[in-house]
Design a binder for this molecule. Structure first.
Ligand code: ATP
Ligand code: MG
Length: 333
């Protein structure tokens, strides 16, 4: 059984033209590093928050969101709290926005252990020191007495990861945790997440709009567009041999850090807002390969193409879409 199992999740708000999430299915197993990528507004954060049972107020929902086998959509408040304080934790893009600036790092780290688990202060402090050391902070005991403004962005994001680990979660939801950081710090944070996954068997759902980063760190990748999963595969297959024109476009639009300068080919046009809907494929209006009469009329469903699942009417013919520049082709299908 997967640790996180989202099955055909629909989330709809009144007054919008299309659902925020439209039949999203996604799994994360213990010890697995799964990336969720897509442009702004595609529904990545809503998906991750659903895994904590946090859905937009007033939303109508259908489907299942199971964490450790418990369906959050039908759970009571006590069960949801138990999941959030013992099974699943989340870290966010901007650590400064999610930590109280006038409280010491030590209080932030020990609060849940003391309040929800009844640990005495000394034991909670010892655990906080252990966790700060585990996320690579050099002088953990001293950091306990510091305030957030005394730490750099990278150090503070390590504190947030330590905070997410205090309850020993099985599932870590990371919502663009490295976007605000410089490239070196980003690499260090990713190394920490990778190590935690290996050593503790954490399941990680890693959200990013950077598909190259996703392909480099994740076992599997889901690509989201306008509230739907449009392609999913093992990272190597998705990176080398994308089957959805949107995925291929995303790969071409990410600047490269190394190697020769390449011309960027961003995905043309803008993502679809919640006030717009399309009877067929939501990407058709921006797609170079869209065929009138098919793509703009019938919504495609996820179908297997070799090792990849893609929701594209033309995926069977589009066997040679460009992958990431310089990447090896994925497994031959
Ligand atoms: N609480 C809410 N109330 C109303 N609309 C919401 C709410 N939360 C999200 N939305 C809308 O749902 C859509 C998906 O939002 P979401 O935050 O999941 O996007 P995202 O993929 O995380 O984008 P980004 O890359 O910018 O973080 C957006 O159109 C957003 O405006
Ligand atoms: Mg988001």
């Amino acid at each position: 059984m997967a640790l996180l199992e989202i099955e055909d999740l629909h989330v709809e708000l009144p007054g919008t033209a299309r659902p925020i999430l439209d039949g999203v299915s996604l799994t994360v197993s213990a010890g697995e590093f799964v990336a969720l990528v897509g442009e702004s507004g595609s529904g990545k954060s809503v998906t991750a928050r659903a895994a904590l049972g946090l859905l937009p107020p007033g939303a109508r929902t259908a489907g299942h969101v199971r964490v450790g086998g418990t369906d959050l959509l039908t759970s009571d408040a006590t069960t949801l709290r138990d999941i959030r304080t013992a099974t699943a934790s989340m870290i966010f893009q901007d650590p400064r926005a999610s930590i109280n600036p006038v409280r010491r790092v030590g209080d932030f780290l020990t609060e849940s252990l003391r309040r929800n688990h009844g640990w005495p202060r000394a034991r909670a402090n010892a655990r906080a020191v252990e966790l700060l050391a585990a996320v690579g902070l050099p002088d953990p005991a001293r950091h306990l007495t510091q305030y957030p403004h005394e730490l750099s962005g990278g150090m503070l994001q390590r504190v947030m990861i330590a905070g997410a680990l205090t309850v020993e979660p099985e599932l870590l939801l990371c919502d663009e945790p490295t976007t605000a950081l410089d490239v070196t710090t980003q690499a260090e944070i990713l190394a920490i997440l990778g190590r935690l996954r290996r050593e503790r068997g954490l399941g990680v759902l890693f959200i990013t709009h950077d598909v190259d980063l996703a392909a480099a760190v994740a076992d599997r990748v889901y690509v989201m567009y306008a509230g739907r999963i449009v392609e999913t595969a093992a990272a190597m297959d998705l990176f080398g041999r994308p089957r959805h024109p949107y995925t291929s476009g995303l790969l071409g639009s990410t600047p490269q850090l190394e190697g020769p300068a390449i011309r960027l080919t961003p995905v043309p046009g803008a993502p679809m807002s919640l006030l717009e809907s399309a009877p067929g494929c939501a990407f058709a209006a921006r797609c170079h390969f869209a065929e009138p009469g098919t793509c703009d009329e019938t919504p495609p469903t996820l179908q297997p193409y070799g090792p990849t699942l893609a929701a594209c009417h033309r995926a069977g013919e589009l066997t040679d879409l460009p992958g990431a520049p310089g990447s090896q082709k994925g497994r031959v299908t």
